[in-house]
Ligand binder design. Structure first.
Ligand code: ADP
Ligand code: ADP
Ligand code: ZN
Length: 238
C-alpha cells in the first residue's frame, strides 16, 4: 500500500482534478464550528475532524487516553497538546483525508498550530482556508446551554434555535439526544475563559498567513453557511 505522502504526490491522471479543501474552523465554544463543519462536510464529501468528538469517544470507551482526558474535559479545561496532537496526526494520516478535511476544534493553542504546520509538511498537505467565527459571549452561553447532541452520529441540535423534529430524538439516526456535561453553565464559563487565554491568540497567528477569513457568527445558520460557501468558492478561484 502507498503511504499517505506517496498518494498525495502521485501524478494525477489525465482530467483528474485534485479536489481538495483543507479547512480549519476557528471560534469559541458554541460559535457554530460543528454545525457549519457538518454542512461543508456533506456538501463537499470531505471528513470533518472534531477533536472533541474523538476525545468523547475515548472517554466513553475508557481507553487510557480517555481516562486521562476526562477530568480536564469535565472541568472545561483544554486537554494536553501532546494528547490532542497525537490524535490528529493519526486521523490525518487516514487516506480519506487526502480529498480534503475540515478541522473543527483543532488547533486550539499556538503549540498545536505549530505542530499542525509540521505535520502537514510531513504529509505533503497544506491548509486552504482558516475560517473564524466572531460572536459575543451572551449568545455563546445561550447556544451552549440549549445545545443537545447525538452521541451516536454526533449531530447537534438546539432546543430553540435548531430543534429536532421530535423532541429528544436525533433527526439523523433516531438516537436519544443528550445534554453534554460540559454544556452546563458553570463549565461553560471555564471553557470560555480557556478560549480567551489559549485559543484567541491563534487569530493573530493565522491573520498573518493570508488564509484567514473572519465572519460574524451570530447570523442564522443559513446566512452563516452562505458566507462560508462564498469564502470557499472564492478561495478555490485563487
Ligand atoms: P466545543 O466545540 O463546544 O468547544 P469540543 O467538543 O470541541 O467543544 O471540545 C470539548 C472539550 O474537549 C474541550 O473543552 C476540551 O477539554 C477538549 N478538547 C477538544 N479539542 C481540543 C483541543 N484541540 N485541545 C485541547 N483540548 C481539546
Ligand atoms: P461549536 O462546534 O462551535 O461548539 P455548534 O455547531 O455545536 O458549535 O453550535 C452550538 C449550538 O448552537 C448548537 O446547539 C447549534 O444547534 C446552535 N447553533 C449553531 N449555529 C447557530 C446559528 N447560526 N444560530 C443559532 N444557533 C446556532
Ligand atoms: Zn444521531
Amino acid at each position: 500500500m502507498m503511504t499517505v505522502k506517496e498518494v498525495a504526490h502521485a501524478p494525477l491522471k489525465k482530467n483528474e482534478e485534485k479536489a481538495s479543501y483543507n479547512i480549519i474552523l476557528l471560534g469559541p465554544p458554541g460559535a457554530g464550528k460543528g454545525t457549519q463543519g457538518q454542512a461543508i462536510s456533506l456538501k463537499y464529501g470531505i471528513p470533518k475532524i472534531s477533536t472533541g468528538d474523538i476525545l468523547r469517544e475515548a472517554v466513553v470507551h475508557k481507553t487510557p487516553l480517555g481516562v486521562q482526558a476526562k477530568s480536564f474535559m469535565d472541568q472545561g479545561k483544554l486537554v494536553s497538546d501532546e494528547i490532542v496532537n497525537g490524535l490528529v496526526r493519526e486521523r490525518l494520516s487516514q487516506p480519506d483525508c487526502l480529498k480534503g478535511f475540515i478541522l473543527d476544534g483543532f488547533p486550539r493553542t499556538v503549540q498545536q498550530a505549530d505542530t499542525l504546520r509540521k505535520m502537514l509538511e510531513d504529509f505533503g498537505l497544506k491548509i486552504d482556508a482558516v475560517i473564524s467565527f466572531d460572536i459575543g459571549e451572551q449568545e455563546l452561553i445561550s447556544r451552549l446551554s440549549g445545545r443537545r447532541s447525538c452521541p451516536k452520529c454526533k449531530a447537534v441540535f438546539h432546543i430553540s434555535f435548531q430543534p429536532p423534529k421530535k423532541s429528544g430524538i436525533c433527526d439523523g439516526c433516531g438516537g436519544a439526544l443528550i445534554q453534554r456535561d460540559d454544556d452546563k453553565e458553570e463549565t461553560i464559563k471555564h471553557r470560555l475563559r480557556e478560549y480567551q487565554e489559549k485559543t484567541k491568540p491563534l487569530l493573530n497567528y493565522y491573520e498573518k498567513s493570508g488564509l484567514f477569513h473572519s465572519l460574524p457568527g451570530d447570523g442564522s445558520i443559513e446566512s452563516v453557511n452562505k458566507t462560508v460557501e462564498r469564502i470557499l468558492s472564492k478561495q478555490k478561484m485563487e
